[in-house]
Design a protein around this ligand. Structure first.
Ligand code: EPZ
Length: 421
């Protein structure tokens, strides 16, 4: 298993290109199941999660080709050979469950393994199931698999999600576009990835209003055509690199991102003392203050503070002046980076879903362990400003969601290298 070694190396300076959004692409790829015509995705990120989704779709009979060095994905599902998403793929990547809605809509049947828990929580699928049953699906849980069928097809209706689940919104949206009649999804997730999926589905001929708001209305259609769609920029990669100057000092310009992808995150960066502004090519962040200030954070569905930037923010608050209180409200166990940061000298007290961080002058480099995707990158960022050397182990987590991370950081002056195991 590879590791990444990081050392502080003075202020950062330069441009960091932002890739297409992993979490948009993982919903856009299954959308190909809704049409027999080709779907082409441009600006696709080159990540291991995308390769996992490719394997899953191929196992269903979808033709998937990665073109232009992986930045273009051409998909065609004119002849499906299976409607079963196996446990060995789904357990590796929860987003595999996003084939459930489209398979039900296209074939009227789907057998999808429950993802099982993961490092950050139990991650059940009750909201997905309730919504699809409301549309007329019959879903039975047996042998760890969801056995779903819609013998009389799906019928539009009003669906209220008990929580604004991103995945449940995506599965419901993809089921509704081919359902008979009108579907109204209430308490829908509002994330930019939902807006991007709705844009792509509309290009395929779907009739969708309200994507990006809490109420999405869908007029079902008989069939969808193919389309070409440019994947929206990855707001979590963007937010992650915007934080880099907070650790190492200096200024970076993130190319291809824009501030309205980030909701409440931007205001928090300004409150801690970073200068954040839109530039012609993207977003520029500068650290001029010699000490950043503590700030309180609560993670919420978009446009609230993103849970996927919580670990990175915690790492930054470890050296902010004062005490910060950080509350994780989306996942039940998303503080695994805290003990690793404490190995670097951070002062963090965790009580349930709340972490109290007392800023110290500077962290000290140490060997640390990555536990999940966003925890991994928070440790890399911490190493950018820490005294001495930090070695982050098990970086396969990182490769799930960050394309060429060490190259991108080295290009702006970071002292970082990958150590092959
Ligand atoms: C998506 O996961 C993202 N993944 C996650 O990003 C992100 O953290 C999450 O949304 C929240 O923004 C992808 O888009 C591929 P949810 P998803 O359904 O859809 C509970 C990353 O690092 N819940 O909004 O699985 C659930 O347990 C990943 O890129 C139910 O209880 O998230 C969680 O506590 C991590 N029942 C909360 O809701 C359900 O049926 C939010 O989950 C569904 C969810």
């Amino acid at each position: 298993m590879d590791s990444i070694r990081v050392r502080a190396n003075g202020p950062l300076r330069g441009q960091i290109p932002i890739a297409g959004a992993k979490n948009a692409c993982l919903a856009l790829m299954p959308a190909t199941l809704l049409s027999e015509e080709p779907l082409t995705l441009t600006n696709a990120p080159r990540l291991s999660d995308i390769r996992t989704m490719t394997l899953l779709l191929r196992s269903l009979g979808v033709e998937v080709s990665a073109l232009a060095d992986g930045k273009v994905i051409a998909l065609s599902s004119h002849g499906l050979t299976s409607t079963r998403a196996d446990y060995d793929i789904v357990r590796k990547m929860r987003a595999s469950n996003l084939v459930l809605g489209p398979l039900l809509a296209r074939e009227g049947v789907a057998t999808v393994s429950l993802p099982g828990g993961c490092a950050i929580g139990a991650r059940p699928m009750d909201i997905h199931i309730a919504a699809l049953e409301a549309l007329g699906a019959e879903i039975e849980l047996r042998d760890g698999y969801l056995h779903a069928k819609a013998p009389r097809g799906l019928r539009g209706t009003r669906v209220a999600l008990r929580f604004a689940s991103v995945g449940a919104t995506e599965n419901t949206l993809m089921a509704a576009v081919l359902a008979k009649g009108t579907t109204v999804i209430e308490n829908a997730a509002r994330e930019p990835e939902i807006v991007d999926l709705a844009l792509c589905l509309s290009r395929m001929g779907a009739q969708i209003d309200g994507a990006g708001t809490s109420t999405i209305t869908v007029q079902g259609v008989d069939r969808l055509a193919g389309a070409t769609h440019h994947v929206v920029a990855d707001r979590i990669e963007l937010g992650t690199y915007m934080l880099a100057p907070a650790f190492a000092g200096g200024e970076v310009e993130c190319i291809g991102g824009h501030l309205d992808l980030l909701g409440a995150f931007v205001e928090k960066l300004r409150l801690v003392g970073l200068e954040v502004e839109e530039s012609a090519a993207g977003v520029r962040v500068r650290r001029s203050a010699d000490r950043l200030q503590a700030v309180d954070v609560v993670t919420e569905p978009y446009p609230g503070f993103p849970t996927d930037l919580q670990a990175q923010m915690m790492a930054m608050l470890c050296t902010a002046q004062g005490v910060s209180v950080l509350e994780e409200r989306i996942f039940e166990n998303r503080f695994m980076h805290a003990p690793e940061l404490m190995r670097m000298g951070a002062r963090i007290e965790v009580h349930g879903g709340t972490a109290r961080i007392t800023g110290v002058e500077r962290l000290r480099g140490a060997p640390v362990m990555a536990t999940d995707l966003r925890a991994s990158v928070s440790l890399i960022l911490a190493g950018l400003g820490a005294e001495g050397e930090t070695v982050v182990n098990r970086v396969y987590h990182l490769d799930r969601g960050y394309e060429r991370l060490e190259e991108k950081l080295r290009a702006v002056g970071a002292d970082i290298e990958r150590i092959a195991a």
